[in-house]
Design a protein. Sequence first.
Length: 444
Amino acid sequence: MVDENKTGKQIAKTIALPALLVISLLAARLVMQSKTGIRMSAPIDLNRSGLSVSMPSGNSWQCKEKWSFEDSSFNISSIFAVSGLNDKAYAQCRYLLAAGEETPTERLDQEYSGKKLVATGQSTSGNLTANWATINTDSGVEIILGVCELADGRQLEIEVLQIASEQNTAKDIFEKIFKSIRFSDNGLLRAGARLISDISNEGLDIARDNDSSASFFTIADSHNKIIGFTMDAMALVGTDANTTINAADYYYLRGTVSDEQVGYFRGDANLRQFTWRDETSSRTGRKGIEMTADSGILTVRRLRAGSPFDKRTGKETGECQLGETAVPDIVLDPILAKALDINEQSFIIDIIRPDGAVMPVYIEKSPPAKDRTDSNSIRLEWLDGRNYWQQIYYDSSKKPEKITLGQEATYTLNVSDANEITKLFPERANLVRDKSPLLNRDGI
């Protein structure tokens, strides 16, 4: 007697196997069509840079279509991913503020192990040229990396990862991204470079050590309530032939657990070599940053952040290349005062922050406000996407007298003196009266 159930199962299997094969082939075909029939996004502008780029978007390509700031560079990426299929691709552009002279092949050698060089070449599109290299890794991935030189030391990296068996797909994606790039030099970086070059040649207007004194500002919140203060000092030390800049600053916000930040800086007069230590104490615990600049390289060594109960003592170290406009935030005041005298109305420089990040800042001089006919002002716009800005008002002697900070809330810093600060913050009176432990510049 024939087992009808068994026969039915065998028939089902006989039908199912070819069906699964057909479905798999159709899925693979759809994947390949999605990769080769790539839709590109609309041009995605990078604020104040003169640069835009289009990225793969749609047809299983996912892109936020927005630049993000990370590790002192701007990044945008697109990922190809189909649910249930182990078939992925990845494309990324990185806008580098400064970079070394390594070729794409050398950069790939540094980043990947177990690789085989497939090809190198050069592509041109409009006013741009990209040098590129392609490798295959032992894990079966093809990677192509291209580098475009932009104006004033900036670079754009294009990197595409793709399964190596799908020949030419990575190169096709790379070419579509590269040909979408539009770049127009707006001259803002060049204007900033001229300012920093003048400072290197002429020096900054900073008092000699025996004439130095601290400056004070109160900090008020958006309700005009005074919640803290700042104190800083800066001086030139040494002979004309061997002059260094010594600086220190202190920031205090009163609270149940007060926020305090202190920085110590020592560097040469042209700001290319320096040592800078910044220490912070807040409700999240204590943390510190040590920065050293030498030969165009910034080395950052940081204590791991954590709660007061975090017993980890390990340290993290990182390096990044510095461009010719990079300057430490702690010595920014005399640089901006110098900018009041130059012809350029606006420019961009890279500011090294106390946390070790290097960030481009758009700076624009403003005419006197209606109610401040004797004053000039400068507005700073940080370009990392946080919408953080700063407006500095100067008196007739080019000394800051008021600073407005804005992001999620607005804070105002008004010029003050030691007597007012000791009255408002008696818990820090000893520090204000005897600044030597704080501003001991020999302690760096």
